[in-house]
Design a protein around this ligand. Structure first.
Ligand SMILES: [Zn+2]
Length: 281
């Protein structure tokens, strides 16, 4: 339980960091100065930027200019906290680390380091995915640098998870399904992008597809797309019905693909088992 609470709190803090980083990227601010209110430029103190609680106690308004603070801030913090917990638990790493911490099991130091490192990579990948989705939702741009950082981290994660012999051909065989599930959808998106001249899909979507595919692998990637297209369609239709957008206006696909990716990671295996049973397999 303590491990879970710690994980949630670190998620809240990292979520707050993601909000700040995204804002800085959007306004192209390179220096890492103190946070300030985007509306009145008043510098913020620690109790103004305390995750979630600040927003609630300030009733969603800036302490200095009384202008509204977007619900995005507490929302991203809560989502990051929730994802850290659910992804950490789902990976099985939290339980293992927990058991070691409380002395239920005894394993070698190498193994503990391996688990801790894997959890760290997993949470980093999660953070990058949230940042990419947030930035895409706000600006319709996919941040290439973070996509490639995510790809490197994903491959690193799979390599640490790989328990076989360190021979080039064996490692390659192990990584191949992950690479395929990234490259195939990325190529399809790239084709769509070229044919529609960037109207249906952007090149950034192809890069993101490469990242999520390499992270998820062959079984979970289709689940991610299945879910991304359903959520995307529901969102698109509801926007047209409420007349907030026209049929033609492009909706960034990144946030849906990232949502699908998290959904697939957390409950994709249940869905696959259920589906196979449903098909009588
Ligand atoms: Zn203000």
């Amino acid at each position: 339980m303590i491990t879970v609470i710690m994980l949630f709190i670190s998620g809240l803090i990292i979520g707050s960091f993601v909000n700040a980083l995204q804002y800085r990227i959007q306004v192209n601010k390179k220096n890492i100065g103190r946070s300030y209110c985007p509306k009145c430029k008043h510098q913020l103190v620690w109790y103004d930027i305390f995750p979630v609680l600040s927003w609630i106690t300030l009733l969603g308004k800036c302490r200095y200019c009384q202008k509204r603070i977007s619900i995005q801030y507490p929302l991203i913090e809560m989502i990051t906290g929730g994802l850290f917990v659910s992804i950490g638990i789902k990976s099985g790493l939290v339980l293992k680390i927990n058991d070691v911490l409380f002395g239920f099991i005894n394993i070698s130091n190498i193994l503990i380091t391996k688990y801790l490192f894997m959890l760290l990579l997993l949470l980093l990948i999660t953070t990058i995915l949230i940042l990419l989705a947030l930035h895409d939702a706000k600006t319709s741009y996919i941040l290439s640098f973070y996509v490639y950082a995510g790809i490197v981290l994903s491959i690193g994660y799979h390599l640490i998870e790989y328990g076989g012999k360190w021979q080039i051909d064996k490692i390659f065989n192990y990584l191949l399904p992950f690479l395929i599930s990234g490259i195939i959808p990325a190529l399809l998106f790239l084709l769509l992008c070229v044919f529609s001249r960037g109207k249906w899909m952007g090149a950034g979507d192809a890069e993101l597809a490469l990242f999520t595919g390499i992270f998820l692998g062959l079984f979970l990637t289709p689940v991610a797309y299945y879910f991304a297209f359903i959520v995307g369609a529901v969102y698109g239709v509801s926007k047209i019905i409420t007349k907030k957008s026209k049929m033609k206006s492009a909706i960034p696909f990144g946030p849906f693909l990232v949502t699908g990716c998290f959904f697939a990671y957390i409950c994709g295996d249940y869905l696959i088992t259920y589906y196979l049973r449903f098909m009588g397999l």
